[in-house]
Design a protein. Structure first.
Length: 104
């Protein structure tokens, strides 16, 4: 697992499952033998406004370098005061041209 400037973790995982249908994730044996198996991900712990920490994870990167490149701007945004929120806009407000619910 490689870090970017001492912050964040970059790792590889896959969606393979064991006989009990549990996802293997980073413990898949194919990850050590097949360099094309799985995708690269990053995780970074960030503070929240209520003084707790939360882990933000992003994945699906084809190479380790692309995961590092995606982590870099995220860390720069955090240093500039960016703090991710859990609230996401609802579909009607985030989709242009979405028909509005008629008022009664």
């Amino acid at each position: 697992m490689r870090t970017s400037a001492g912050r964040g973790r970059i790792y590889r995982r896959c969606g393979c499952r064991d006989p009990q249908h549990h996802q293997l994730g980073t413990h898949c044996p194919h990850l050590t033998t097949d360099s094309q198996h799985g995708t690269w991900n990053f995780a970074v712990d960030v503070p929240t406004p209520d003084h707790h920490r939360t882990t933000v994870r992003r994945g699906g990167f084809p190479t380790q370098d692309s995961a590092e490149q995606a982590l870099g701007p995220f860390l720069e945004g955090e240093a500039g005061g960016y703090t991710p929120t859990r609230a996401r806009p609802s579909l009607p407000t985030s989709t242009p041209g979405w028909p509005r619910r008629p008022s009664c």
